[in-house]
Ligand binder design. Structure first.
Ligand SMILES: NC(=O)c1ccc[n+]([C@@H]2O[C@H](COP(=O)([O-])OP(=O)(O)OC[C@H]3O[C@@H](n4cnc5c(N)ncnc54)[C@H](OP(=O)(O)O)[C@@H]3O)[C@@H](O)[C@H]2O)c1
Length: 316
């Protein structure tokens, strides 16, 4: 199948991104060919070609994108994914895959899940990476019904998932965000608070009885310091953006990077739980912006600012 895909042809800023024409082999017996309808972008995609994870020339041109939604075009054999048998014509989510920024991709059955009918392709393309990460933060901090949870970066891709999951579980959620996002957070059941100078006092005022657990989705010194002061049990503070300071203060790191807990089993199991929650109406994906695949560099300039309010998606 002829496809168009995005690659980084060098390490650098979004200007290194371009679209190329290429051919996909027919699916192997354990593979599924998917026509991509939308691809979810994530900050890690920017980090990969920015050089912050190293600059291996042999990895170029670098394919991008770990998640997509689309329609099954061809199946290599009789295949079953985590949601059951996979057939031509199925609307699916592919995660975790490589090269999702494309008009088509090949995935193994274990990475192909049924797209809930209630979701658009754009929404579905942004569900998994942020969603499994959010679920991991809540499990790692043992957050449960009745807790008061502080979420730093509540209005970002991961933040919007984490707050919805926690609120649905009966957790009181205080979330830091720019004031422009406070109305949306209130609608989701969150008590919003502006980040920046005086955060510690503002949170104390909102929760005089204390904070049980905190998750840092930003990686700022402020998030680390405020969390460590307010949460009595250090094991109930976690970050997905580990820094020298968070490591020095004993904050548990989740995901990739040195000393971080990858949480592979939790994240794998979380995929079906996310689908269940979308189906029961307690979880939705908020799409901040949608760009054609050909405008990937513009999409990434926005993503790289670090102020997205929901998912930025690419549509072939
Ligand atoms: N370890 C892992 O497994 C893992 C997985 C996914 C993501 N991540 C990382 O986690 C980070 C967040 O990812 P994401 O997908 O949620 O990013 P995103 O969608 O770009 O959201 C970032 C959010 O952070 C907010 N923000 C920026 N500065 C802030 C500050 N000082 N205090 C509080 N909030 C602030 C922004 O909101 P405002 O406009 O309101 O400032 C924005 O909504 C990224 O660095 C990403 O690479 C790690």
């Amino acid at each position: 199948m002829e496809i168009v895909s995005v690659v980084a042809s060098a390490y650098g800023g979004p200007e290194v991104l371009s679209t190329i024409r290429t051919t996909l082999d027919p699916p192997a017996p354990d593979q599924i060919l998917i026509e991509v309808r939308a691809a979810g972008t994530n900050p890690v995609d920017v980090k990969l070609y920015s050089g912050s994870y190293g600059q291996d020339p042999a990895a170029l041109p670098l394919p991008l994108g770990f998640e997509a939604s689309g329609i099954v075009k061809e199946v290599g054999g009789e295949l079953e994914g985590p949601c059951g048998p996979i057939s031509v014509g199925d609307e699916v989510i592919a995660f975790r895959v490589s090269g999702a920024y494309a008009t088509g991709l090949l995935a193994t059955a274990s990475a192909v899940l049924a797209k809930p009918a209630s979701m658009s392709f754009e929404e579905a393309s942004g569900l998994m990476l942020a969603g499994v990460t959010a679920m991991h933060t809540l499990k790692a901090t043992a957050t449960h019904s009745g807790d008061t949870l502080l979420v730093h970066g509540a209005s970002g891709g991961v933040g919007l998932m984490a707050v919805q999951l926690a609120v649905a579980d009966g957790v009181r959620v205080i979330g830091t965000a720019n004031s422009s996002q406070h109305d949306l957070l209130r609608q989701l059941g969150v008590e919003p608070v502006v980040y920046g100078d005086g955060l510690l006092e503002r949170v104390r005022e909102l929760a005089p009885a204390g904070i049980d657990a905190a998750i840092d989705l930003v990686g700022s010194d402020e998030a680390t310091d405020v969390s460590r002061v307010l949460v009595p049990d250090p094991a109930r503070v976690a970050t997905i953006v580990s820094t020298e300071r968070s490591r020095a203060l004993g904050v548990q790191a989740l995901g990739g990077g040195p000393g971080a807990d990858p949480g592979a089993a939790i994240r794998e199991a979380a995929r079906l739980e996310l689908l269940r929650r979308v189906q029961d109406g307690s979880l939705r994906v908020i799409v901040d912006a949608s760009y054609p695949l050909s405008e990937v560099a513009t999409a990434h300039r926005e993503l790289a600012q670090g102020h997205a309010h929901g998912k930025i998606v690419l549509v072939p």
